[in-house]
Design a protein around this ligand. Structure first.
Ligand SMILES: [Zn+2]
Length: 244
């Protein structure tokens, strides 16, 4: 007598399980990247982006500060996945890492990232500098960036910087826009690219050694010195200076 209800129960159960099995991938296909965060994630009112929880920048070890490659000092890089995701990063290296700070970020398959908007608001600013004009970088690098550019001007070398070939400072992304690689130091707003047309990645380039020397004096390492894969357009912060 009660066989029919039991049979119906089993049919119903199979139907529900079937829906769950088929429905998951279908829903995943429909939603696409970036994946939704949990319901407790706050939405930033300015960007409309989810706000990842802020992280405290740990003070790292001294050796990492000497790493001379774009993004070499960034840590906790997510493994590549087709839908993007979230991560946390910070600079390592004694005083430098602690002062530049760390942030959580969302990342995307195109190799771009969205750092925690609160970290961006607190650290990334647009200011005027000699020769180049407007630059958007981490606030802490401007004093020594200005000092370097003033010195370049004073030495009569300003025309060596092609102002129409300045290719950005704060550009939140992975190295090569490849999510399996480290974050570029451009993500922290502490690297900038100059004279791009004749200084492409992997070439010797034609960056004038007098420019390189002045930037190095003011705490910026030159990507043209990297032996594995020179990046002669690229300069990045390796030490915070206190310009007089
Ligand atoms: Zn660069």
């Amino acid at each position: 007598m009660h066989q029919r209800p039991v049979l119906l129960w089993w049919v119903g159960a199979f139907a529900v399980v079937g829906l769950l099995i088929v429905g998951g991938p279908v829903a995943a296909l429909l939603s696409g990247p970036p994946p939704a965060l949990s319901a407790t994630t706050a939405i930033d009112p300015l960007t409309g982006m989810p706000v990842a929880p802020a992280t405290v920048a740990p003070v790292g070890d001294a050796t990492a500060a000497a790493q001379g490659s774009d993004g070499g000092a960034a840590s906790e890089v997510p493994t590549a996945a087709p839908t993007g995701g979230t991560g946390r990063t910070w600079l390592t290296g004694t005083d430098l890492g602690a002062r530049i700070g760390g942030f959580s970020y969302r990342w995307y398959p195109d190799g771009s990232i969205t750092p925690d908007p609160a970290w961006v608001r607190a650290n990334i600013v647009t200011e005027q500098v000699p020769i180049i004009g407007s630059m958007t970088c981490h606030r802490l690098i401007f004093p020594q960036l200005r000092a370097a550019l003033r010195e370049i001007q004073r030495d009569g070398l300003a025309s060596l910087i092609k102002t129409d070939q300045y290719a950005g400072c704060y550009v939140p992304r992975f190295i090569d826009r490849d999510p399996s690689r480290s974050l570029s130091l451009h993500s922290f707003g502490i690297a900038f690219d100059l004279n791009t047309a004749t200084n492409q990645l992997g070439t010797a380039g034609d960056m004038d050694p007098r420019l390189v020397a002045i930037f190095q004096k003011w705490g910026f390492a030159w990507g043209g010195n990297w032996t594995s894969r020179p990046d002669p357009m690229h300069f990045e912060l390796y030490a915070l200076e206190s310009p007089r």
